[in-house]
Structures are given as C-alpha cells and as structure tokens.
Ligand binder design. Structure first.
Ligand SMILES: [Mg+2]
Length: 346
C-alpha cells in the first residue's frame, strides 16, 4: 500500500479528499466507485494467452494471469475522504460497484489491505474469505446483478417492482431488462436493494470509465463522472490485452486521473442533478511509488462468478420470454417478435 505520506502526489490527493468532505460537502455515502479503469488498470498478455490456447481448446480452461497497476493517488483520495468523514462523525466507508466478481476483489484486497479498510466492516469472515466479499453490503458485483434480476424474469414481479420506483429509474431498468437483461454492467442503485444490499441507499454520483454506464446513471436522475481512459486492445479486438510487456503498457496508462476526479467532484457540488462530467488526465505521474500486482485467476472462479451469473439471467429471461408484459411496456416494434410462437394471451 502507498501510505498518504509516501509521496508528494499521494499527500496532495489525501488533502484533496479531506477538502472535498470538509469544504465541498461531498459524502462518501453518495459516491459509487467503479473498479477496473478507475481504481486500477489491468492487462492480460497475448503471448501468454496463446500458449494457453491449446489448454483452452482441450479442457475449456479459462484460467489466466492478469497484471494490475493501482491508479496513482486514487486510494489516497478516498482515504482523505474517509479521514475527514471521521472528523465530522459521518459514515466513512466507500461504495464499490463492479461488473467483475467477488473472488477477484478478495484476491486484490489480499495484497492491498487498504481496499478492505476503505470498504469498512463486513460480514463474518471479512476480509479473509472470498465469500465475505460476495456478501459485503457496500460491494456490488455481477453475482449481485444476477440475484437482483433473475426473479424479475417473472413479468408480474417486474411490473410490481418497477411501479414502486421513480419514473426515470423504472424507465432505465425496464428498458435494459426488456432489451438486454443479461447486461450486468447496468449500475442503478435500486438493483442493490433487490440483491439484499443496503449500502447504496444514498448513492448519487457514479464514477466509471464506461460511458454507457454513466449515461444510464444520469438518465435515471443522478449524476456521474465519466473517466476517459484507453485500455489497449490486441489487434484492435481483444480487450485489456497486449502481446507482451504489460508493465510498459500499464505505465503509459497510469495517469493522474485521481486529480481530475477530485476536480470533477468539487465542481459537481454546485451543479444541478442530472449532470454528467467527463474527465481525462493523460500526463503520467512521476516520482510516485507505484503498486503493481499479478493475479492468477482460476477457471473455477471465473465460471462460478462471471460466466454462470450471466447465463442464469439469460436462461431465466429466455424461459419467460413467452409471457405477456403485464405492465404494457413492451416496445411496439412493428415487427413479428422472434418468440411469437410462445406468446400467450392475457
Ligand atoms: Mg470500469
């Protein structure tokens, strides 16, 4: 971990975090932090994947190695916010929302204890077991998405739940479930409640590198900071992958986004709801003690927590696709639906 006094840059971000809470009235309970490309950059190596290709074909083994670099200053920024929240007697815990999976967060926190420290107290086993990351009330992952939306494949329950929400929120969730229910990158705080997690009740600002995510968050009546970033694609297609030498590529990516995020959060203070800020900070940060990690991800974990949840959602919605939409919100496309054979009368 990089201590707040370990570099001038880290120290500066720590103070920025304190000022956001003390003078800017930003509250950690209202911020929702994405993980990949916000808290850290990560890459796979094409030449290593190619060596494992035979294994993948023979045994369908999805295991692989990931190389991570923590974004400079980002954890110091949140630590400063935590420190000032304690000064004011406020809830001092960060909220983390990722389309990733609990095992991976546990594995990262195992090497980076500050992550669990920032998230605050958790369920039994916290932070030593992957299961405790799955159950933590201030962490939302792909497995939570599946838990929230699989029951909503039932059109009656879906209509009932959506009817209780503010119209813009119901519209965003309803549209997504109707057109692409398996899209687990949908980040809307009401989903957390349905997954049994109460850490996102005051969520107001999403900080995320995915423009689709931030746009939907804003359409649902909240605010967002879109972090512009350029993770490399191998041959322009394979995401988060370089052929070799991940450390050089990560060093190029590792720019001063934390400063830009702090600035955006300060400016959000006097904006109307529904505001969307886009931030970029391409200059690399020098004289900073970077934190680099390597993760060997086992096949069983990716299948259980990344492949299967999405498959469960897809299967549940496919099974109910023949049901009529009791809310009458089906889109009039003017085309014969692909599942017309299974349509039932009401
Ligand atoms: Mg991301």
């Amino acid at each position: 971990m990089t201590r707040p006094d370990a570099s001038r840059f880290g120290q500066r971000l720590f103070q920025e975090g304190r000022a956001l809470v003390l003078q800017g009235h930003v509250r950690l309970t209202t911020l929702v932090w994405d993980a990949d490309e916000v808290l850290w950059d990560w890459l796979m190596v094409g030449s290593e994947l190619a060596r494992g290709l035979g294994r993948l074909v023979r045994t369908r083994d999805l295991g692989h190695r990931e190389y991570l670099r923590i974004r400079p200053g980002i954890l110091e920024l949140i630590l400063g916010m935590q420190d000032a929240s304690r000064t004011l007697g406020l809830d001092p815990w960060m909220r983390l929302w990722t389309d990733g999976y609990p095992w991976r967060l546990w594995r990262i926190a195992d090497e980076l204890p500050i992550l669990a420290h920032l998230l605050g107290p958790g369920p039994p086993g916290w932070p030593d077991t992957p299961e405790s990351f799955a159950l933590h009330p201030r962490i939302f992952t792909r497995t939570d998405y599946a838990a929230a939306v699989v029951p909503m494949a039932d059109p009656a329950l879906r209509a009932e739940r959506l009817a209780l929400l503010p119209a813009p929120v119901a519209r965003v969730i309803g549209n997504s479930l109707r057109t692409r229910p398996e899209d687990s990158s949908l980040k809307i705080p009401e989903l957390a409640r349905w997954a049994g997690k109460d850490g996102f009740e005051e969520a107001l600002v999403l900080i995320d590198d995915n423009l689709r995510n931030t746009s939907r968050f804003v359409r649902a009546g909240r605010r967002a900071v879109h972090v512009r970033t350029e993770a490399p694609r191998l041959l322009g297609r394979v995401p988060n992958t370089v052929w070799r030498d991940p450390r050089t590529a990560l060093a190029r990516l590792s720019a001063g986004h934390a400063l830009a995020i702090a600035d955006a959060l300060r400016r959000h203070g006097d904006r109307d709801p529904g505001h969307h800020l886009s931030v970029a900070h391409p200059e690399p940060v020098t004289l900073y003690p970077h934190t680099d990690l390597e993760l060997d991800v086992p096949d069983a974990r990716i299948r259980a927590q990344w492949v299967d949840p999405r498959a469960r959602v897809r299967a549940a919605f496919a099974a109910s696709a023949g049901s009529a939409d009791p809310a009458g919100r089906g889109s009039p496309s003017g085309r014969l639906p692909r599942d017309w054979w299974g349509l039932r009368s009401r």
